[in-house]
Every structure is written in C-alpha cells, then in structure tokens.
Design a protein around this ligand. Structure first.
Ligand code: SF4
Length: 385
C-alpha cells in the first residue's frame, strides 16, 4: 500500500464543501480535542476558524513550549547544484531559465563548510535541483561522507530517490529528507510542472512511503501554499501526514510551509495566502500534532518570522544563500529564489534570544537549557531601554 491508494479514495470536492461549510460549533468542538483528529484539522483550517485565531495561537504556544521548550533549532541550506531537468514555472532553477549552471566539487564544498562552521552551525540541509544523470545518487554518495564529518544533523532536499538509494545514503550519515508535494491538486500540479520526471504526480506522492520503508529518521513534508486552494492543500497534507505516521511510526516528521510569492517565476498565486492565513495553518497543525517539527525559511520577512517564533515554529534557517557556492563566492545570477530575511546568523540568534526573554518576562518561566542565555538577554533588555 502507498499513500496514492488512500489519496484515490479521497473525494476532493466533498472535502472542500465540508471544510468550507464548517460552523462555529465545529471549530469550538475541534478546539476541545484537536490532537490527531483529521476532522478537527479540517475545522481549524476552515474560514470559520478565523475568529478563533487568538485562541488557536495561545493553545499552539502552550503545546510548542511543552514539547520543545523555548528551543529553536537553526539550520542552513548548502546548495550543491542548480542543474535541473524539470520545468516548474515558479522556480528560478527551471530548466529553460538561461542562468549559469554549476555543480560544486569537493574543494568548493569544503570552502562552504568552512564558512558555515565558522558561523557555528551543526545542522545542514543539502539542496540541489533535480538532475538525475549529473547530480544523482552517485554524486550524493560521494559528497555525503565529506560533509557529514562536520555536522551532527544532515538533511537533503533533492529529487525523489528509490528506497534502496535512500538506504544507501542513510548508511553514509543521512538523517532527514525534505520532499514537498507542492500541491495535492493533480490538475494544478500538471499546469505548473510541464517537463521532466517531476511531472509524475503519483511518483512524487508515493515518495514519502519510500522514505518510510528506507527507515529515514526524519521525513519532511510540505506544499507550496498559493499554487492551489491553500486550505485544501493543507488539509490533504494533514491526511498525508496522518497516513505516514500511522505506517512509518519510527520516523519523525517535519513540515515546511513556503508561500508562493506573486513575483516568483513571474506567476500569480491561484490562492494567495495572507500572513494571517499562514498563522492559521501553523497553529492548526500544531494543535493537530504536538510532536511535529515546523520550520520557517528566510523566504519570510524578518518581522514576520520574529512574530511567529512563539507560535509553533521549531526550526528556522538563517544566513541562507540559495545558490551553489553562495557562501564562499556569492553570485546572484545563480539564485533559486530571493531571500526576504537577509539578517546574519548572529542577528537571527539575537532575535530568538529576545523572543525568549519577552516570554520569560510574561510567564516567569525559563526552560533549563536556556538558562545560560539569561544574562545575555537581560543585558539586551537593558540596552533596549
Ligand atoms: S522546483 Fe525543484 S524541480 Fe522544479 S525547477 Fe526548481 S529545482 Fe527544479
């Protein structure tokens, strides 16, 4: 069995009508016992839940603090290559884009590692376009041992691979794989993915099953919010997550919720999602799943990221470059997308510390592992005054 079998039985129109028909009573019921209840997730993602956002945010904050303390894990992407054999109309790496293409060699990778380690990172996300013949499993198997010796946590965001290929990389130190469906609407998916292997909706849909079978420690899911109806895409993502957790319970799960920007690739979002909408999605997923890691990338603005910090976010990227070799030799012609939060790693770290002390001043509680921050934070507050 694969998720595609479950997906085939989900009636999209029926789900849409039921979700948009949710009432205040449905939302209030959902708020009583949201954990693991897909009907509750549906109500919390619906328009009817909008007036309850403040309550959702409070509950999401409490649950996140209870499970994750005040910790925010920072990671950094390292782009290995921008070659891509797919045509996706929202992405700067799309095959037909006339940009300089590059694959990092061992020396260039080492230069990136040296800079990243200098900033103090211990968690890295390796990213590439999807080009099987030139940046395939052999390339990943070559570079992983070199990179893994410098980082405790190593994740990849590359093309979907076969189960045995994932197993091979896991033996070389791979901890996590991020693989986003982009949208759960097959027609919209076909509209935005017009060339290459990524056109195969079903294969992508079943990729997390292969990750589960390969025993990958952490599986990252996501949709590109705005490509299609974001409420429905988020709900189907919830179905996917629930299925995977049930079948591959040894793996951990994380969620990434990037938003399609009107300017990305020159295309307009079919269903634009506001800041408020994104907060609703994050809170709804936190209430649905207390264990879930939720990450927020530098696509979002610094102000918005700072405001979202207490509400369910557990992982953030910082100091990111979206180009191969971008830390040692920045070249904006190689970028995948524009970064919105351009703060340095130090600035992001300081913002997280400040968020923690503001929370501390409100609640009087400081989680043990963060106690060393205390003096530094108090100092910060004094400076602010
Ligand atoms: S989204 Fe991924 S597969 Fe599509 S063009 Fe960009 S890098 Fe290639």
């Amino acid at each position: 069995m694969n998720f595609a079998d479950i997906f085939a039985d989900l009636d999209r129109e029926d789900l849409r009508l039921t979700m948009y028909g949710s009432t205040n009573a449905d939302v209030e019921r959902a708020l009583q016992q949201p954990a693991g209840d897909i009907k509750a997730l549906m109500a919390l993602l619906s328009p009817a839940a909008e007036p309850y956002l403040e309550i959702m945010a409070q509950q999401a904050m409490e649950l996140t603090r209870r499970r994750f303390g005040h910790n925010i894990s920072l990671f950094i992407p390292m782009y290995l290559s921008n070659l891509c054999a797919n045509e996706c109309d929202y992405c700067g790496f799309t095959m037909s884009n006339k940009i300089k293409r590059k694959i990092l060699n061992a020396d260039e990778i080492q230069q990136e590692i040296d800079i990243i380690k200098g900033w103090g990172f211990d968690s890295i996300l390796l990213v590439s376009g999807e080009h099987e013949s030139k940046v395939g499993v052999e390339y990943f198997a070559d570079v992983l041992p070199q990179i893994k010796q410098h980082f405790s946590h190593l994740a990849i965001e590359v093309q979907p691979l076969a189960t045995d290929e994932y197993q091979r990389l896991a033996h070389l130190g791979l901890d996590a794989v991020m693989l986003y469906q982009e949208t759960y609407h097959p027609v919209t998916y076909a509209k935005h993915h017009t060339r290459g292997k990524k056109q195969n909706f079903q294969y992508r849909l079943n990729s997390p099953d292969r990750l589960g079978r390969a025993g990958i420690d952490k599986i990252g899911l996501g949709v590109l919010l705005g490509l299609d109806d974001w409420r429905l895409d988020a709900l189907l993502l919830g179905h996917h997550l629930a299925y995977l957790e049930h079948h591959y319970w040894r793996s951990k799960y994380s969620l990434s919720l990037p938003r399609l920007r009107p300017c990305t690739g020159g295309i307009e979002p079919n269903s634009p999602i506001s800041d408020k909408g994104l907060v609703q999605v994050i809170c709804a997923f936190r209430l649905f799943n207390e264990q879930l890691e939720i990450s927020l990338s530098t696509r979002e603005s610094e102000r918005f990221r700072d405001n979202l910090l207490p509400m369910g976010i557990t992982h953030m990227s910082a100091g990111s470059s979206t180009q191969p070799g971008g830390y040692a030799s920045p070249d904006s012609q190689l970028d995948q997308f524009e970064i919105s939060d351009e703060r340095s790693v130090v600035e992001v770290t300081e913002a997280i510390k400040i968020a923690v002390i503001l929370r501390y001043l409100k609640t009087g509680k400081l989680v043990g592992s963060l106690a060393p921050f205390k003096i530094n934070l108090v100092y910060k507050l004094v400076v602010f005054r």
